[in-house]
Write a protein that binds this ligand. Structure first.
Ligand SMILES: Cc1cc2nc3c(=O)[nH]c(=O)nc-3n(C[C@H](O)[C@H](O)[C@H](O)COP(=O)(O)O)c2cc1C
Length: 222
């Protein structure tokens, strides 16, 4: 399946069947997690078939039912940890979609104590991604306009428009879409707004923008 379809069809899913995910699919995810961990200095951990993970957390609209998750953990002192979790976590989310699995980012509505992960003293659990076979495919989220989140103009290059379009299709915490892209020549600046998990959102949105715009077309301006 092409990336455009994966991005458009992926939505948050909060209820999953307890069917185990096939070994070959888990192997693909764990191989990529191992690579991300060794290359980018994080400590992502995957836990599968855990019936207790979400059993203690009641949401006002019902319990989240999920049995598998990836915990995004890394060094406390790494100032880019949240952004890294967003960027590489979203890569894994789109990989799950390609494998026919559903997913949901979770920063708040779960109990950290119920997780079967190890977080060392110098580490921080940033958030988790629940995944598995969903009971539904979720729904598209409400989107801001490109002009609300960027300086896109009539004469902007097509790659910039596509990058912003893909960024608006990205998941963000409470669907806040608090980010802003500024195009200046062949440089793009991305700024996060204020709100919960906006630095994680920044990494997610950065990953989507690169997929839409094509990394060869621009440089990130720090
Ligand atoms: C960083 C982050 C944190 C999130 N935390 C939660 C959460 O704690 N609970 C929840 O139910 N959904 C959570 N979500 C899911 C968002 O509500 C969802 O992605 C957003 O509404 C857009 O919907 P979509 O993913 O279906 O496109 C989170 C998403 C992100 C990106």
């Amino acid at each position: 399946m092409d990336i455009d379809t994966l991005i458009r069809e992926r939505h948050s899913v909060r209820k999953y069947y307890d069917h185990p995910v096939e070994e070959n699919k888990l192997a693909i995810l764990s191989a990529r997690i191992a690579e991300i961990n060794s290359t980018h200095g994080v400590h992502f951990q995957m836990v599968t078939e855990d019936p207790e993970a979400f059993s203690n957390f009641i949401l006002h609209y019902g319990r989240l039912e999920a049995y598998n998750y990836i915990a995004l953990i890394g060094n406390k002192k790494d100032a880019t940890l949240d952004e890294k979790c967003g960027y590489y976590g979203e890569e894994l989310v789109l990989k799950m979609q390609e494998l026919g699995l559903n997913s949901c980012w979770l920063a708040l509505t779960y109990s950290k104590k119920s997780l079967k992960v190890s977080v060392a003293k110098d580490e921080r659990l940033v958030l988790i991604i629940a995944f598995g076979y969903g009971m539904n495919q979720g729904m598209g989220h409400k989107k801001k306009t490109p002009q609300e989140v960027s300086n896109l103009a009539a004469d902007s290059p097509a790659w910039f428009a596509k990058g912003v379009e893909y960024a608006l299709l990205a998941p963000t915490a409470v669907n806040q879409q608090k980010f802003y892209f500024t195009l200046d020549g062949d440089k793009v600046k991305l700024k996060a707004g204020h709100g919960p998990s906006t630095k994680v959102d920044l990494g997610i949105v950065k990953y989507h923008f690169e997929l839409g715009a094509g990394k060869e077309n621009f440089l990130w301006q720090e």
